[in-house]
Every structure is written in C-alpha cells, then in structure tokens.
Design a protein around this ligand. Sequence first.
Ligand code: FAD
Length: 386
Amino acid sequence: MSTFSFLQDSKEDAAFRRDAREWFEENLPKELRGWSVRPPPELITPWHRKLFEKGWIAPHWPTEYGGTNMPLTQRLILQEESGRIGAPVLSRQALGHIGPILMRYGTTQQKARHLPKMLSGEVHWCQGYSEPNAGSDLASLRTRADLDGDQFVVNGQKIWTTWAHHAHWMYALVRTDQDAPRKQAGISLILIDLATDGITIRPIKTIADDEEFCEVFFDNVRVPAGNLIGEMNAGWTVAKALMDHERIGNASPQLAIDGLDRLKKIARATGAMDDPVFQDKITRIELDILAQAAVFAHTVELANADMPIGAGSSFIKLVGTDTVQEIGDLLLEAVGSHGADLEAIDTPDGPIDAGGFFRQARRNSIFAGTSEIQRSVTAKRVLGLP
Ligand SMILES: Cc1cc2nc3c(=O)[nH]c(=O)nc-3n(C[C@H](O)[C@H](O)[C@H](O)COP(=O)(O)OP(=O)(O)OC[C@H]3O[C@@H](n4cnc5c(N)ncnc54)[C@H](O)[C@@H]3O)c2cc1C
C-alpha cells in the first residue's frame, strides 16, 4: 500500500496499516466523522479515551512517560488513516505542547502529577499566550505574576484561548519581572488551575459558528510558586521550544488528507471532476500533500532525535497552512453556489461539509504564529535575506 510519505509500506507497516484502518472503521463512531470544527467534549473525550486504551493516544511520547516510541512510519500511518476516515483532530495543547515541555523542563512532581492525566484525557489544557496587545509581538505581554510568599498573584487578561471554557488547566506566559532590560527577559511560564478564585472565562463565537476560543480574565488569582516551569524569568526560552512543537503539530498532514478526500467526493458529485483543468488542480494538491508529508516526516525525525529544527518549524507550518487553505478554496470552487451553506452537502458518498472546512482553514494562517510572521522567519533564517 502506498503512503503520503513517499515511502512504500514495508511488509510490517502494511500489516499495521490494515489493522489501523480496520480498527478505526470499527471504533470511530459515525457521528464523529467529518467534523470541520472541534466536536464538543462529551463526544471527543470518549474517543480520546478509546485511543488511550488502544495505546495510540500519544505514539510520539517516550515509553517512560506512557507513550509507545512507535516507529515514525507507523505514526504517519496513524495520521493518514485518521485523515482518511475523517477522524476529528484531537486537542494538541496537552499531548503536543505542554506535555513534551514538562518532560524536558518539569520537575519530577510536575511530571507525575500532570502527564498521566493528559494521556487518559481526564484533564483538558489550554494555552494562555496571546493578549489583546500581544499576538505576533508576544513578548509585549502584560499579564503579571507577582511573588507573594510561596504564591504568585496573577492579574491581567488572555485572549483567543482555545477551549478555555472546557479546560481544567492553563499553561500561561506571565510577566514576573517588570524591570527586565529586555521584554523577553522578564517572562515566566506557569501552570494555572482554572478552578482557582478570580478567573473569569468568556467564550467568543467565531465565523464558523462555534465557540472555539475565549477571553480569560485574572483578578488577584493565587497560584502556588511550585507551578513555575523551568527557571524564573526564563519562560521565553521554554515558550519558544513549545511553539516549535506547536508548529510541527499543526503541519501534520491529517487535516489535508481529510480535505482531499472530501474534495474528491464533492468534485465527483458536482461534476467538477469531469473538468480536466479541475483534475489538474486536484493532482497538484495531491503532490503538495506528498511534499508536506515528506517535510513533516523529516522534521518530526529531527525533533525526535533532539536535533535542532531551527526555522524548520516556521517553514513547515507555512507549507501545511497553504495546502489546507488551497483545499478549502477548491472545495468552494467545486460546490459553486452552495459554498455559503452552513449545512453539509449531500453526495453519493454521504453528506460532506465543504464551507465548514473552508472557514476552518482560514484560522490556520493566524494561530501558532501568522503566515506573514512565518514568511519573515523563513526569509531571514532559511534564505538569509536581510
Ligand atoms: C483559531 C485560533 C486559535 C487560537 N488559539 C490560541 C490559544 O489557544 N492560545 C493563545 O495564546 N493564542 C491563540 N490564538 C491567537 C493567535 O496566536 C494570534 O491570533 C496570533 O499570534 C496573531 O496575533 P494577533 O491576533 O494579535 O494579530 P496581530 O499580531 O495584531 O497581527 C495582525 C496582522 O498583522 C500582521 N503582522 C503583525 N506583525 C507583523 C510583522 N512584524 N510583519 C508582518 N506582518 C505582521 C499579522 O500577520 C496579522 O495579519 C488563536 C488564534 C486563532 C485564530
């Protein structure tokens, strides 16, 4: 069987792919297939649990922390098969972002307390980085945490915090030194239990008609000093390492593979596929996904070997974003005047949501660092431009 990673499956991998496809078919409930937005916690948590019980929830984690150390080819196969069947993309905040950071910078107690519940899905996490005046220029953040005995007192506001209204914990960047000579130097990363007094969470409705993110307000919120990750005032270094993980995760080909599958089904149903020019566009997308998967595999391999990926995380996020947005554009082209429909479109392969995918894809060029910023980083650090 062929893969999206330029590799022909070995005998062992082909058997793994067959098992994975069969398992997804048997275990992924029909109502969880083909979502364009994130399904609500009551639907997604049991699916998380199922993957956990199967041992596939964090195949990239080392075995000492409950992962599998699964070979890269098989991890990619899992991504491909998830995409093919239209499985929802799981929240990455815990397993993809703060989990690996805790493994590297956390204390033994922090790891023991938090990692197992991230795997089992008992505890949901959110990322408190962006603020109303600190997005691309994140180091300008102003939410402050002042030490008072063995507690921080947190005051300020975060915004665009994905799933804060469903999360139990937040990892947050806060200013712990107001007088640091460089704004990056006075920042720390802390873990905040969202059940603490003084926290207000307000969901924000998006154009895709969901409440994916929130505003979060902190009013004299007391956080144990033991919730600091890494060194005090060294949060910027930790934050950058976390953003590398975030960008790599966002470049996974799963969403593109799901989008391509929708595109082919819709194009067959509407007749767009009969047009050779349209067929050519689909072929180009297929080639782009091949390229994306190859770059993704290479970057994951470097990251796993603890080798520096440098500006690779910016480049790969850019490639993944462009591909997914092109698929969204082609979906709209294929459905013509139905592009604005909020309901899924009926096809002989079942109802398919095209407009939702398009709207969802618009977000990719903003979160985890906008495409403009990633282009600047790539220009400077990869191409060496001034
Ligand atoms: C779906 C979604 C989920 C998100 N989830 C989270 C989350 O969970 N946690 C969190 O902390 N944040 C989250 N964010 C916020 C996201 O990280 C920020 O929106 C992003 O970093 C951009 O910041 P901003 O919105 O303040 O835009 P700004 O930084 O104000 O940028 C506005 C525009 O100006 C451009 N621009 C800015 N500076 C430059 C420059 N130097 N050169 C060229 N162009 C520039 C940008 O590219 C953009 O087009 C999420 C965003 C989205 C869309």
